[in-house]
Write a protein that binds this ligand. Structure first.
Ligand code: HEM
Length: 403
């Protein structure tokens, strides 16, 4: 059993800046340990690679907190009305089988790898336009000017959100993932759901060649998404599809610019980009602890006994730095083949958007390197500010010199 000192303070500024060192310190003691989370109390963190994989496939770790409390009754709207939190919880990432199986199957018939691949020319065009806008400039914030607008534009186009109505999405989406003001985040959830409600009504009357229209009619053996499930799924796709990909590009470019030998190797052979993107995901992936699950009974993992009804956070970042799994895991090496990294999760909730994220990441990294041969970091590592979020890992800004 781990003593109270052998833990990680999840709300410490040092942890936000460098979770890897914090995890390395405790990992000598155990890969599974308790910590505390504001508003929740004791949570258990799973930081070893093998243990993380085991946890992510363990049916005793439920996504739906109600299952942990022993209440398996059919999901009902607790307030008997359209409570935003209730609607929000009807998507695949907050449900367990059989609900999860059903939702994922229906959504997968519309959100197909073919639909994603068809987006390639459009993503390349959006990327080109964003980079054109930087022509002639000496410096830029790579996040604000490129890594943020690229995925939000792509996800809005994929869903069928009309141009000109996309700006608010960025603010709403940001409010929700930052550990900021709870009321603000709630208001943004409501705003997104209201917006999608109206848009779905429009698409029902005039379907287009977009994912919302496809999800409205998506069926699995005659079974369809209810209105609430549809809204909840759109909400998930927007948040999951945006906040993570931004940081794949941001964290990936930061890693590369901080390792001149790796940068030179990649510039010399752009065929390595797909494999480099996998290494960026492993080395400094966008998801930190956004993997909450709840124990439905006492669970023993790596010698630790996690009580029933307890929140468990699988630390994907720590697992992907486990030396038992990856040689010299703390070293960035774009020539390694980090197959089996956990940045997209594992098991039944494995990221449904991974093909899209990979496509966007590969296009972005290749375009940035091709367009700016002199690209360099314009800040010391110590001056870089990280978003204060325990869920995702990403910078606030990434100042660069463009030439
Ligand atoms: C699930 C990571 C991009 C849609 C997940 C999970 C992770 C993840 C770790 C599982 C969480 C858990 O098990 O608790 C990432 C990363 C991305 C990315 C690192 C970018 C680099 C996207 C994109 C989309 C997307 C672009 C869609 C547009 C989803 C969905 C799920 C999911 C729908 C839920 C799957 C399920 O519950 O069955 N993602 N994601 N993600 N992601 Fe992603």
């Amino acid at each position: 059993m781990t003593s109270s000192q052998d833990t990680v303070d999840l709300f410490d500024a040092a942890f936000i800046r460098d979770p890897y060192s914090a995890f390395r310190k405790v990992k000598g003691e155990g890969s599974v340990f308790p910590s505390r989370m504001e508003g929740v109390g004791t949570v258990w963190v799973v930081a070893g690679y093998a243990e993380a994989r085991a946890a992510l496939t363990d049916p005793r770790l439920a996504k739906d907190a109600r299952h942990a409390r022993g209440s398996f009754r059919d999901l009902e709207d607790p307030a008997g009305q359209e409570d935003p939190e209730f609607v929000m919880g009807r998507h695949m990432l907050s449900t367990d089988p059989p609900d999860h199986t059903r939702l994922r199957k229906i959504v997968s018939t519309a959100f197909t790898p073919r639909r994603v691949e068809a987006l390639r020319p459009r993503i390349e065009q959006i990327s080109r336009e964003l980079l054109d806008a930087l022509d002639g400039r000496d410096t830029a914030d790579l996040l604000g000017a490129y890594a943020f607008p690229l995925p939000i534009t792509v996800i809005c186009e994929l869903l069928g959100v009309p141009d000109g109505e996309r700006d608010s999405f960025r603010t709403w989406s940001n409010d929700i993932v930052s550990d900021a003001d709870f009321e603000r985040s709630r208001a943004s959830v409501r705003a997104i759901l209201d917006y999608f409600g109206d848009l779905v009504a429009v698409k029902r009357k005039r379907p287009g060649d977009d994912l919302i229209s496809a999800l409205i009619t998506a069926t699995d053996e005659g079974d369809r998404l209810s209105e609430r499930e549809l809204l909840s799924t759109l909400f998930l796709l927007l948040i999951a599809g945006h906040e993570t990909t931004v940081n794949l590009i941001g964290n990936g470019m930061l890693a590369l610019l901080g390792h001149p030998d790796q940068l030179a190797a990649l510039r010399a052979d752009l065929e390595l980009v797909p494999q480099a993107v996998e290494e960026f995901l492993r080395f400094d992936g966008p998801v930190n602890l956004a993997t909450a699950r709840f124990t439905t009974e006492e669970v023993e993992l790596a010698g630790a006994r996690i009580p029933a009804n307890t929140m468990v956070l699988v630390a994907l970042s720590a697992a992907d730095h486990d030396d038992r799994q990856f040689d010299d895991a703390g070293r960035l090496d774009i020539t390694r083949r980090p197959g089996g990294h956990l940045a997209f999760g594992h098991g039944i909730h494995y990221c449904l958007g991974a093909p899209l994220a990979r496509l966007e990441g590969q296009i972005a990294i290749r375009d940035l390197l091709t367009r700016f041969p002199g690209l360099a970091l314009d800040a010391s590592h110590a001056d870089l500010e990280w978003q204060f979020s325990t869920l995702i890992r990403g910078l606030k800004r990434l100042p660069v010199r463009l030439r």
